[in-house]
Write a protein that binds this ligand. Structure first.
Ligand code: T46
Length: 140
């Protein structure tokens, strides 16, 4: 991936044939940090919905789309890219200083996120010019 501090994450995927699939995430193994928080986002029936529009100062996260699909837009101080999130066992690691937006949700979309820390309002950068300054400052 061309945006700094981002990379794909593949989870262990066990195909049990007619009995379904089993997908495994483990902290400090295929999730590259100790998991302190897990949250999910669902009920995305509004096609116009846009979530995210912020960066984090310190938080590390891995996002998965475990049902349906959405588009994850990632941006650092130099590059921007769109990732179609549609495979339940392939997610995206997002480190600090990545401006991210989630959009184009399918109605059945469910997003699952593993985070390296508890919720903290002060870790958010919700102002785009402030994000640009933070990202250009080279802080990770
Ligand atoms: C992120 C993307 C991928 C809490 O009180 N605790 C929490 O753990 C979270 C995640 C959110 N909230 C509150 C904060 C807001 O008042 O829930 C409200 C909605 O959060 P937000 O607008 O930040 O939701 P998203 O979907 O834009 O962003 C979320 C995460 O907040 C964020 O860290 O990176 O998902």
């Amino acid at each position: 991936m061309k945006v700094r501090n981002c990379r794909p994450i593949n989870l262990k995927f066990i195909n049990d044939g007619v009995d379904g699939n089993l997908v495994v995430a483990e902290g400090s193994r295929n999730i590259p940090f100790d998991i302190k928080r897990v949250y999910f986002i669902n009920n995305l029936s509004n096609k116009e919905a846009i979530r995210g529009k912020h960066a984090h100062k310190k938080l590390k996260q891995v996002l998965f789309c475990i049902n349906g699909s959405f588009v994850l837009t990632l941006e650092d101080s130099e590059n921007k890219e769109e990732v179609l999130m549609s495979k339940s066992h392939t997610g995206v690691y997002m480190g600090p200083g990545v401006w991210h937006t989630m959009s184009a949700f399918s109605p059945n979309c469910v997003i699952l996120v593993f985070a390296s820390d508890h919720y903290g309002k002060s870790d958010y950068i919700r102002d785009y010019p402030k994000f640009r300054m933070f990202a250009k400052g080279g802080q990770r």
